[in-house]
Design a protein around this ligand. Structure first.
Ligand code: PSU
Ligand code: MN
Length: 306
């Protein structure tokens, strides 16, 4: 593992660090929006007085705190055709043992953040239980990771490409608290209102930091999943996004897309179908999440999570 100077200094001084994932760069957005967003998100964290740590595997090394050149390399794979694995818990060791490169999903980013001693992590959307899982058994490894690894994750909810009620049921079963900030219903990524009551509603950063610290004092293990609604100006109501989702899922079925390829396929298809509207919202919500996560890390202070 290679920890950047800025990140290792912050950790050594007990200052807060926010982890950032890299699958959103390689498989979540097109070039050059992916690069610009990854750089901007790091800036948002720094502006709040917190150190960002973007995580990926570069030539077989776990990197915590990517250099800008690494971020650009990940972002440009659609241009360069460089092979880049999408790494979750099951395949993290493969990239290291083979000396190759890969981006880390929410699950893999949590694992690496925990190894490095980082306890807060900002992302856009998590993986979950896919629609039609009765047939495919497609349930993201992000969910089991949240249950076992104590790295708290801030997202904008689960995307409506997933089966959201079943995703919430699964999280309840494995004991992951789902906290929505400032509203009774969970958000659904592009939409502020996911139409389903949040298991827990808290008013903001201070209350959430107290909740998270109490949870760790109880040694309950695993993460708290915080859902932060997309800023109002970028909200796309469910009814509007649903048409694109339905078409994208039909296209995925027709083309026989399966396994790891499903989420990236749907994201890029929805971006095309929405003429970039979904991407604009995606960029806005991830920046907002980065800001809230940095503030949460500051408010939580230096409680040790196990
Ligand atoms: N959802 C999004 N954007 C993303 C992802 C999910 O809205 O970029 C990425 C994240 O890295 C997440 C991963 O951890 O996809 C989940 O993939 P899978 O469903 O294959 O576990
Ligand atoms: Mn899957």
């Amino acid at each position: 593992m290679e920890i950047s100077q800025a990140v290792s200094d912050a950790l050594a001084n007990g200052q807060p660090v926010v982890a950032l994932e890299s699958t959103i760069i390689t498989h979540g957005m097109p070039w050059p929006d992916n690069y610009n967003t990854a750089v901007a998100v790091e800036e948002v964290v720094r502006a709040a007085g917190v150190t960002p740590a973007t995580i990926a595997v570069i030539n077989g090394t776990l990197k915590v705190g990517l250099e800008t050149s690494d971020v650009e390399r990940l972002a440009r794979i659609s241009e360069t055709g460089e092979p880049m694995m999408k790494l979750s818990r099951a395949d993290l060791a493969l990239a290291l043992s083979q000396g190759v490169s890969g981006s880390t999903t929410v699950a893999a980013t949590m694992i690496v953040a925990h190894l490095a001693g980082i306890t807060f992590f900002a992302t856009g959307g998590i993986g979950g239980v896919h629609r039609g899982f009765e047939q495919t058994m497609d349930v993201s490894a992000d969910l089991t990771e949240l249950a076992r690894t104590p790295v708290n994750v801030v997202c904008a909810g689960a995307k409506a490409i997933l089966d959201i009620p079943r995703t919430l049921e699964y999280l309840e079963t494995v004991g992951v608290p789902v906290v929505t900030l400032g509203q009774p219903n969970i958000p659904a990524f592009w939409s502020r209102d996911g139409g389903i009551k949040s298991p827990i509603e808290l008013s903001g950063v201070e209350e959430t930091a107290a909740f998270i610290n109490t949870r760790h004092t109880l040694k309950l293990g695993g993460a708290t999943l915080v859902m932060n609604p997309i800023p109002e100006a970028y909200d796309i109501p469910s009814a509007r996004i649903e048409q694109w989702i339905t078409t994208a899922i039909q296209d995925a079925d027709a083309q026989g897309i399966s396994g790891k390829a499903v989420t990236p396929f749907l994201l890029s298809r929805i971006n095309v179908l929405s003429h970039g509207e979904s991407l604009k919202s995606n960029i806005a919500l991830i920046k907002h999440n980065a800001d809230i996560t940095a503030k949460l890390a500051l408010a939580a202070g230096s409680v040790q999570y196990r």
